[in-house]
Design a protein around this ligand. Structure first.
Ligand SMILES: *Cc1c(COP(=O)(O)O)cnc(C)c1O
Length: 379
């Protein structure tokens, strides 16, 4: 079965026949977010960061959908992700590998037209030595304050001072990454911007890229020639200035049992909850093995229509309980689906309550969630 057939099979399976959690993903909303970012930075190219399986949403359908939006440049994290994406996208779109490349994979990068981001002097030399020149433009990352990936100022000087290296590396892009763009007023942003400008002067007339999602909302000074949004495409919060971005997903899970318990009965592991009255409970079929955060139990809820159903007791590996006492008798049945992420609570709301960020919530979904895509055109 081809990947496309597999996808359309998933797309067409009715949700009633699925017994576990379902992630509903609106590819049109992702496309609209891409358009919104293009309007925000009209002079720049808006790439798409689809690393980690597009933050758990599904790199293949996301990239295919964005290809229809004329997005021609995709960032992944690893060589393996790049190889998989190349199979999906055909030979034309540019695929850049954020974590760079091991020497053993350089030949395969050439064969598959994959472009590693050169993050260190060692990588730059290895790429040049493997005869990169004339075959593909190189992408160089400089560090401007995050101390994660990219050449330091000293390494940039060494690169320039190494005879022939600058010529062998046919630089097509110089990039850096913002560490604190989600705090727009933090002086670290301006400091990184200035360090980036200095680096650009060392590599004159090479196109430049600095902004991730939050960087896009710092204003046009931060846009340069290419922007690299991930989170904003997927509707996750990335900084207080983010506007015009719509949510792209809903998570639902089925009620797998309904029960009534007497006063003083304990619920869940550790007997952490004890009923102070007679209660009706629904057991929901999703747990921390599905990426549903265990810490969310302390303050969290699921929704049935507009009704908020508070979580009681601890979240188990594959299930948790909600209090449904307030619902009229037969309103909720086994098999009904509750909303865990959707119009009533966003991935970021869940993240905040669980002491993490929306990025982590999304990327920890994935394996067990059945995914249903809408806004998918098979043309
Ligand atoms: C992950 C990543 C991005 C995308 O960041 P978002 O905050 O999701 O927009 C951009 N650039 C680099 C280097 C990254 O590692």
């Amino acid at each position: 079965m081809s990947a496309l057939t597999a996808l359309s099979a998933i797309h067409h399976s009715p949700v009633e026949r699925i017994s576990g959690p379902v992630l509903h993903i609106d590819l049109d909303a992702i496309a609209q977010n891409h358009r919104a970012l293009r309007r925000l930075a009209p002079a720049a190219t808006i790439a798409a960061v689809v690393k980690a399986d597009a933050y758990g949403i599904g790199a293949e359908p996301v990239a295919r959908r964005l290809l229809e939006e004329d997005c021609g440049l995709f960032f992944v994290a690893t060589f393996g992700e790049a190889v998989a994406l190349r199979r999906v996208l055909g030979s034309t779109p540019e695929i850049l590998i954020l974590n760079g490349v091991a020497p053993a994979d350089i030949a395969a990068c050439h064969a598959l037209r994959l472009t590693p981001v050169l993050n260190s002097l060692v990588q730059a030399k290895a790429w040049a030595a493997a005869g990169a020149q004339g075959r593909r433009k190189a992408v160089l990352q400089v560090d401007t304050g995050m101390s994660r990936l990219g050449l330091s100022v000293a390494e940039q000087a060494q690169l320039i001072a190494t005879p022939g290296l600058r010529e062998q590396l046919d630089l097509g892009l110089i990039m850096s990454h913002l560490a604190i763009a989600d705090e727009p007023d933090h002086p670290g942003n301006v400091a990184q911007w200035q360090a980036f400008q200095s680096a650009r002067q060392r590599f004159p007339s090479v196109p430049a890229s600095l902004a991730n999602s939050a960087g896009l909302f710092l204003g046009p000074d931060y846009h340069f020639d290419l922007c690299r949004p991930g989170a904003a495409l997927y509707g996750i919060e990335s900084g207080p200035r983010m506007t015009g971005i719509r949510p792209v997903m809903r998570l639902t899970a089925p009620v797998i049992q309904i029960r009534t318990i007497e006063r003083d009965t304990a619920v869940g592991y550790g007997y952490s909850f004890r009923a102070s009255r007679m209660m009706r409970l629904a057991t929901v079929g999703v747990g921390y093995a599905d990426g549903w955060p265990r810490r969310f139990a302390e303050s969290g809820a699921a929704y049935f229509g507009d009704r908020r159903l508070p979580i009681v007791g601890r979240v188990s590996m594959d299930s948790f309980s909600v209090d449904v006492s307030a619902l009229p008798g037969e309103a909720l049945k086994e098999g009904d689906r509750l909303e865990l992420i959707g119009p009533h609570q966003s991935a970021d709301d869940v993240a905040r309550a669980a002491g993490t960020i929306g990025y982590e919530i999304l990327t920890s979904f994935g394996k067990r969630h059945h995914k249903i895509y809408s806004g998918w055109s098979l043309s």
